[in-house]
Structure formats: C-alpha cells, structure tokens
Design a protein around this ligand. Structure first.
Ligand code: GDP
Length: 362
C-alpha cells in the first residue's frame, strides 16, 4: 500500500490524530488485500465523485481508494544519534512514501511541551534536523564507498560521486534534499539510499477548536511552509478524534451543528494523497463501483496493471469517459451516444476521474 508516515515531537497530537484516522478507517473485512498492523491506519480516500457514481450506477458494492497512515512516535532530538530508540524510528520513516509532520499550534497549560513552550518553527527545525542528520550519514557512507571506485577512473563512479558531493554540500547547510533542485537523473542516482528528506512532506498544524483564525502559530507555520513549497493542513486533532467516534448519523448532526460539510480529517487524507502525486480513476459496473489509484502521468496500460498485472501485459485498449461527461450524459450509454466514450490505446495518459473499461488478451 501507499504509506504516509506521521511524525512530530511528543505531545503535539500525533496519537490523537492517528486514532481519529484509525477510527475513520476501513472495515478490514472489505479489503482483504490490506494487512492491518497496530501502527498503521488504512483510510478510504474521500471522493464525492465516487459517491456520485455509486448513486447513478447503484452497484452491489463500492470500494474507495485507500491510503495508509503510519504512526511513527518517538522521534526526538538526538534520534539520528540513536537516542530514544531513534534509529528504529528513522528506519520506520524510511519505509514510507511521504511524511506528514504534526506541529503543535495550540496552547494548553496542562499539556507539557517538550521544549518548554509552544514554538512550532523550532519544533519543525528539531525534527527536520534529525532527518537531515540521518541523510547526512547515509550520504557520507555512500561517498566513502564510491570514492574508492572513482579513484580507479570509473566514469559512473565519478559521476555518482559528483552528485553525492553536491547533495552533501546542500544538506550541510541544513537544506532538505527535496529542496535542492536536483535533476531527475540525480534523483534517480540517490534512489537506493532511501533518503528521508527527499520524500514529499506536509505539515499538519494541530490547532485548538478556535485556532483556525488569528493564530500566530499557524501563521508562522504557513509562512514557513510556503517558502519551502510544502502544504499545510490545519486541523483540530482533539475534535477529529471525537467526530471519528460518532456513528454516521450523529456525525452528520455534529458537522452540521458546526457548519461543516465533512470532517477535517478528509482534508488530511486528500492532502496526503496529492502530496504523493496520486490520482484516481474509476471502474463503474453493476457489481462494483471502485476507485483506483495511479500516479499522475500513468498510461492506460499502467492503470490497468493496478487492477491486475495480466491486464497490463495483455492490454489492447481502454474505453474512457471523462467523469464530467459520465455525469452530464447520465452514464456510459448516454456518453457513448453523445460521442463522449473514447477508445484509447497504449500511449493514453490517464486523467484524474476517468471512468475506464479495459480490453485485454489473456
Ligand atoms: P503525541 O505525543 O504527539 O502523540 O500527542 P497526543 O496525541 O498524545 O496528545 C498530547 C495531548 O494533547 C493529549 O492530552 C491530547 O488530548 C492533547 N491534544 C491533542 N490535540 C489537541 C488539540 O487540538 N487541542 C488541545 N487543546 N489539546 C490537544
């Protein structure tokens, strides 16, 4: 599955948020392909288009796209030096595809802040420094290894050394690898190092119920993230964990009472999804309406491969209706009559929301 790791200093609200995500999570029985682990919450990706398709097609079942959130507790200053089980946590982060950093933007005198006061930018710096230091170690090791080979005049090794030294110089200044403006080739060269700060990262600003506006902590995080080109999702974890415990009817009442259309958690999930460069296409039949996840830029055969590898191997063509056309012409038949059902070949780049059928050889 696709994994987003939740990190942050102690007492910033990670567990509260994670519990909310887990409570809002899927019924594992419906998703036999997912393995459920205690520190992993598997959540459906909320998508109103899927709801609309289900309403139109009335299938036997509806399957949402899913995303995994991994609770990575215990990242503290000194983690990269192995303090506080640090290395284990860093190893856990290594296995994720993206990082959601929870930052405390709420005051509460009853809840101790590990650094003594609420200061989100300093919290971010502590966490990011640990991540950068861990990457520094990986880079240094790689440099030592490749230096020997480079000395023999090996061209590949020389090129790799140049990339590694460029990255090393960048992170020595505390810059996240992701922000170093590396070329695609350079990034590919770093792939096997599984660096931490090359992963996409977003900040989850945990605010009080009344802390969405006029909150200097939130403003500071927003300004900082903007500079980095990173997303910020403000959320009140405490409220989200309450909402997640309600049954569907009470949930609606509660949200309406607060003038909200959906839980704030949905924004967290969607932000994670787009952070990963993912998009959705649909299959819609009487048996099942289902959302499938592909990388932005995926071709039709690659999209077919998400359903089954045989679909990709034997791909012939795809019948594609854009979501808006599907709705406008009241389903596939109507779209077909209006000339909006397209036949697409191997080169077709899947668009977000496409409703697709695949033709393939077995
Ligand atoms: P973690 O150590 O980062 O996992 O933090 P926790 O989730 O255990 O939260 C630490 C404390 O902060 C708990 O007592 C939570 O109830 C409280 N907390 C979490 N989110 C909020 C929030 O949005 N507002 C307030 N006032 N308290 C919160």
């Amino acid at each position: 599955g696709i994994k987003c790791g939740i990190v942050g200093l102690p007492n910033v609200g990670k567990s509260t948020l994670f519990n909310a995500l887990t409570n809002a999570g899927i019924d594992a029985a419906n998703y036999p392909f997912c393995t459920i682990e205690p520190n992993v919450g598997i959540v459906p990706v909320p998508d109103s288009r899927q709801d609309k398709l289900a309403e139109m097609v009335k299938p036997e079942r509806v399957m949402a796209a899913t995303m995994e959130f991994v609770d990575i507790a215990g990242l503290v200053a000194g983690a990269s030096k192995g303090e506080g089980l640090g290395n284990k946590f860093l190893a856990n982060i290594r296995e994720t595809d993206a990082i959601a950093q929870v930052v405390r933007c709420f005051e509460n005198d009853d809840i101790v802040h590990v650094a003594g006061k609420v200061d989100p930018l300093s919290d971010i710096e502590i966490i990011n420094t640990e991540l950068v230091l861990a990457d520094m170690e990986s880079i240094d090791k790689a440099i030592q290894k490749v230096q020997r080979v480079a000395k023999t005049g090996n061209k590949e090794a020389i090129a790799r050394l140049a990339t590694l030294e460029k990255v090393s110089a960048g992170i020595a200044e505390g810059t996240l690898v992701r922000n170093l403006d590396l070329t695609k080739e350079e990034q590919a060269e770093l792939y096997d190092l599984h660096l931490l700060t090359i992963k996409p990262m977003m900040y989850i600003a945990n605010v009080n119920e009344d802390g969405f506006e006029n909150n200097p902590y939130l403003d500071a995080v927003t300004a900082f993230a903007e500079e980095q080109g990173a997303a910020v999702v403000p959320v009140c974890a405490a409220i989200e964990s309450e909402i997640a415990e309600l049954d569907d009817e009470d949930k609606l009442d509660f949200l309406q009472g607060m003038g909200l259309e959906e839980p704030g958690l949905n924004r967290v999930i969607r932000a994670g999804y787009s952070l990963l460069g993912l998009q959705t296409y649909f299959t819609a039949g009487v048996k099942e309406v289902r959302a499938w996840t592909v990388k932005v830029g995926a071709t039709a055969p690659q999209a077919a491969g998400v359903i089954h590898t045989d679909f990709e191997k034997g791909f012939i063509r795809a019948e594609v209706t854009a979501y808006d056309d599907y709705v406008k012409y009241n389903g596939e038949q109507g779209a077909k009559e209006a000339g909006k059902l397209r036949l697409e070949g191997k080169e077709y780049i899947v668009q977000d929301g496409d409703v697709m059928h695949f033709r393939f050889n077995v």
